[in-house]
Design a binder for this molecule. Sequence first.
Ligand SMILES: [Zn+2]
Ligand SMILES: [Zn+2]
Length: 437
Amino acid sequence: MIRMLLIGWLGLMVVEPNPSQLITETVRQELPALLKFYQELHRKPELSLFEKETAAKLAAEMRTIGFDVTENFGGFGIVCMLRNGEGPTVLYRTDMDGLPVVEKTGLPYASEYHMKDADDIENRTMHACGHDMHMTVWLGTAKTLSAMRGTWSGTAIFIGQPAEEIGAGAKMMLQAGLYEKFPVPDYGVGLHSSPDIPAGKVGFGKGFTMARAESIDIKVFGRGAHGASPHKSIDPIVLASLMVMDFQTIVSRSVDPVESAVLTVGSIHGGTKHNIIPDEVTMQITLRTFKDDVRKLMHRRIREIARGVAISAGLPEDLHPEVIIPDQSTEPNFNDPILVDQMMGSATKILGDQNVVSASPQMVAEDFSRYGQTEHKIPTVLFWLGTIPKEREEAAKHGESIPALHSPFYFPDPEPSIETGVKVTSQILIDLFNSDQ
Ligand SMILES: [Zn+2]
Ligand SMILES: [Zn+2]
């Protein structure tokens, strides 16, 4: 009798698959449709603030699987809600924008799309930052959660964010009232394609994982003259060059060597012709920092160096350089350490130990950081989804460099990246919904 009961009980155990098995099966079924969806997105990247068709495409898909969809929320942002009983509210964000890059991957589904930007300039566009991968994983996870409603309870808020590449979209959605018009989430989750981690794996960092990004403009003035009469000029091209060189000493000689900081002069423009000394040069700088005091020190040194070079050239006060440091910047991303542990546990459960890695901080920036930095202090985590194709991983072992994000040659290996992304994110969300708060 006891034996029969035991066999019966074991039988029940076998019949009832665990959520991880269910997720894996659901993802396998959805994979062909998701691959197709990914390629369609990849062919048609829309620039920041112009994500109209991309957002409409996502909204339509989300409606068919039972989400309540609000469109045009903070630009072309979309907010999709699935209420599934009592339980935590979890926010999961994807970004939607592409970049003004001419794709050179040679893929059969490479983008040949082009569109006008905010300055009315026609650009070829490319999903060179993998946001098409983010959207596909996001949709796949929504499909899995929708199909597995019986295994979790809570409220899922899936948002499609515009304008990540210009650091504006998260702010636009928050200012439109994301946390006032919709439930305030208990957790916030996002992922980004990694150009360093192989497809099939995911990476997590704790604490500050991405830097604050600031865009600084400098106008360097001088006195123009004929190129053959430099003694009659104060040459702003020479002054700007001196500044570029002096700026290099800020990180190497002013910032504490145990802190992280980057100063890159990414653009320098001046003059019109070989033989004319112009009267103005403009420079664009990106600053990357984690700490406020480091950032303020760098601001001060940039101003001091710019002014010092002008004084040494004998420029009058009214022609001293103009250093424009905007109030706004993309905040550094902070991954809540407790939430990271929880999410790594979920990832390990479905992917296995060997496919969940620790990731070092990077000086790139992401405006996902903003969702955790409102007065609500929501714990948030942005993790890395490995995307490197096998062939590139092999080539890298022989010293070849792997294209970085924003490179015209970057591409994720779609199938394993999508499959891994959907599996891990579905498991993370289901575990969060079913966790005790
Ligand atoms: Zn990017
Ligand atoms: Zn990105």
